[in-house]
Design a protein around this ligand. Structure first.
Ligand SMILES: [Zn+2]
Length: 136
């Protein structure tokens, strides 16, 4: 089995790749709002943001299948959507399960998975986060 640690993340500081992966984002204590991905400064007050866990579970808010030529070595077709996170009040745009085509419906619980998928901006195979149907 090839270790996931051999592959770089598609982008630094947007997710963890442990057994129960979760998203990382920015939190502004002054505005009490979360950002994903973490910006250098808060878009509300231009103050500092803290890198925090956003959790790995959410509710699927919308889903779209993209059938045009995929970028970055993604499968064709691939799916994207918005996920309302459970741990923090934030809706994120995310890649959705690239394997199972008919297993996602709006309103269902989804969980983050991290796997080798596609290429990063340097054309290198990389780890990429996406949401799949939750176990529970
Ligand atoms: Zn702020």
């Amino acid at each position: 089995m090839t270790s996931m640690a051999e592959y770089p993340p598609v982008q630094e500081n947007i997710f963890t790749s442990g057994e129960s992966p979760y998203l990382l984002g920015g939190y502004c204590a002054a505005c009490e709002i979360y950002h994903f991905p973490a910006p250098e400064v808060c878009s509300g007050c231009l103050g500092e943001v803290e890198l925090v866990s956003l959790g790995g579970k959410g509710t699927l808010y919308s889903i779209t299948t993209i059938r045009t030529k995929p970028p970055l070595g993604l499968p064709k077709p691939y799916r994207v959507g918005y996920v309302d996170l459970q741990q923090v009040p934030l809706r994120v745009f995310a890649l959705l399960d690239p394997v199972e085509e008919h297993n996602l419906v709006i309103g269902q619980t989804v969980q983050l998975e991290v796997a080798r998928l596609g290429l990063n901006s340097e054309n290198t195979p990389c780890l990429r986060p996406y949401f799949i149907a939750a176990n529970t």
